[in-house]
Design a protein around this ligand. Structure first.
Ligand SMILES: [Mg+2]
Length: 269
């Protein structure tokens, strides 16, 4: 029987990229093996389009990618069908989100969002260079923020967001305010596009992630790869019977080991 057609959906920060240095070089052996097998790697992140484009070109990745926690899917030109690049939106507009956050702040909730910060301030909170921070601030449909209130106030803030059709997802560093979609919705939509374009192949999804904002994607994939945070804190809960591999090492080292093991299993050679 032919091996299933695999698609990898990978989170970036703390998963394919080192949480602190953003280095991904330890994953190069597995990335090269995936490339040699023509297995798509879909970068799936809370990062912006401008940030992910940078990484894609550094990695030589030519596949679709998912930005801002599933807010949009970017399909490169001529990828599924002949034609220009496409952007498929899943979420609310950023203007609407910022307007509502403004109302919540007026009610007394305490937080600082990317839109309140300069490039240099975002740089100091993230360890990004000011140039990279500028790319991180070019957002389409989500607002990352630093929570400055109490846990009780955060619970009320979350309820207010849900009433407005929004939500707050915890990423590696920030709370991401966004529409009620997540990486799993974008993954399912993109898998559908692969299945539609190449219906003779049985597409299977492998998702890799380390944070609560990856949980739905991990639970929705045929195989979940949980990359350890290395802190001993277990933040991902999956249904008991869900197929899962857990990495021993954090970041790109763990990514590399897990993907190598999966390829050994699916593609013996
Ligand atoms: Mg992460």
């Amino acid at each position: 029987m032919a091996a299933p057609a695999l698609i990898l959906f990978s989170d970036l920060d703390g998963t394919l990229l080192d949480h602190d240095t953003y280095d991904w070089s330890p994953a190069i052996p597995a990335l090269n093996r995936l490339k040699a097998r023509s297995i798509p790697i879909v970068l799936t992140s809370s990062k912006t389009r401008a940030e992910i484009e940078d990484l894609r070109s550094a990695m030589g990745n030519s596949h679709p990618f998912i930005v801002e926690n599933g807010a949009a899917i970017i399909v490169p030109e001529n990828y599924f069908d002949p034609g220009p690049e496409q952007t498929l939106y899943l979420g609310a507009s950023r203007d609407g989100i910022l307007q509502y956050l403004h109302e919540l702040r007026a009610q007394g909730f305490l937080f600082t969002g990317f839109s309140d910060l300069t490039d240099d301030e975002v740089a100091s909170h993230t360890g990004l260079t000011p140039e990279r921070a500028a790319r991180a601030r070019q957002r389409m449909a989500t607002e990352p923020l630093i929570w400055q209130g109490t846990d009780d106030e955060l619970a009320k803030f979350r309820q207010a967001l849900i009433r407005a059709g929004l939500q707050a997802l915890a990423g590696g560093r920030f709370l991401h305010v966004m529409g009620q979609f997540d990486k799993a919705d974008a993954m399912a939509q993109l898998k559908g596009l692969y299945q539609h374009r190449w219906p003779e192949r049985k597409w299977q999804t492998i998702a890799l992630g380390d944070s609560p904002n990856d949980q739905a994607m991990l639970a929705g994939a045929d195989l979940a790869v949980v990359i350890t945070t290395g802190t001993g804190e277990e933040r991902i809960q999956l249904p008991p019977s869900h197929p899962v591999i857990r990495s021993r090492q954090p970041g790109p080292e763990g990514w590399n080991q897990c993907v190598m093991a999966i390829l050994d299993c699916y593609h013996r050679s």
